[in-house]
Design a protein around this ligand. Structure first.
Ligand code: NI
Length: 183
């Protein structure tokens, strides 16, 4: 187990397409998930994807407990998704402020599907299927984008709705209670 370096926007390794995992429950896969968990916790993140620690595999982790930083965000149990597949439910999209551990200190207003279904494998190869909405749906879409080499600034509809967290707070554009986690 180890806290790994999180790559930052500009590193070409963040832009690679991640490969599917083909063997489950292996020591190597367990070690990767342990490192993702430790790194996410050390950085107080809401989620982390393997490409962010320079591992080009389709593995993400996310989860939030009650946290004073995100008082309006409902808790999400820690979840590991391997080879995830997202299907939107309906056509509604919502804008929400997002951050990313690979884009530290910045937030942007990003549209995402309001409701999604996702299907993935767990660490042992079992199937996880859930229909979710709101912040949970947002976090999963953000993390799975990392597996395609996509970062949230790519998704901005208005490039002016993007800036440093401190400045957005000071100017009142980003309310203090907004669950704008980095992930
Ligand atoms: Ni991210």
């Amino acid at each position: 187990m180890a806290v790994r370096t999180v790559l930052r926007l500009g590193d070409p390794l963040l832009r690679r397409q991640a490969c599917p995992v083909t063997a489950f429950g292996t020591p190597g896969l367990r070690a990767l998930v342990d490192d993702l968990r430790d790194t996410m916790a050390a950085r107080d993140g809401a989620g982390l994807a393997a490409p962010q620690i320079a591992v080009p595999l389709q593995v993400v982790i996310f989860g939030i407990t009650r946290n004073p930083r995100y008082p309006d965000a409902a808790p999400i149990a820690e979840t590991v998704l391997i080879n995830p597949l997202i299907t939107p439910i309906g056509t509604e999209r919502d804008g929400g402020w997002e951050g990313c551990l690979s884009v530290p200190g910045l937030r942007g207003l990003v549209p995402r599907w309001r409701r999604i279904h996702y299907r993935a494998h767990d660490l042992e190869g079992g199937v996880i299927e859930r229909s979710v909405e709101g912040f949970h749906a947002r976090v999963v879409q953000h993390e799975c984008d990392h597996l395609d080499g996509v970062l949230f600034p790519d998704r901005l509809e208005d490039p002016r709705a993007f800036g440093f967290l401190e400045e957005l707070h000071t100017s009142g554009q980003l309310p203090g209670a907004d669950p704008a986690a980095e992930s």
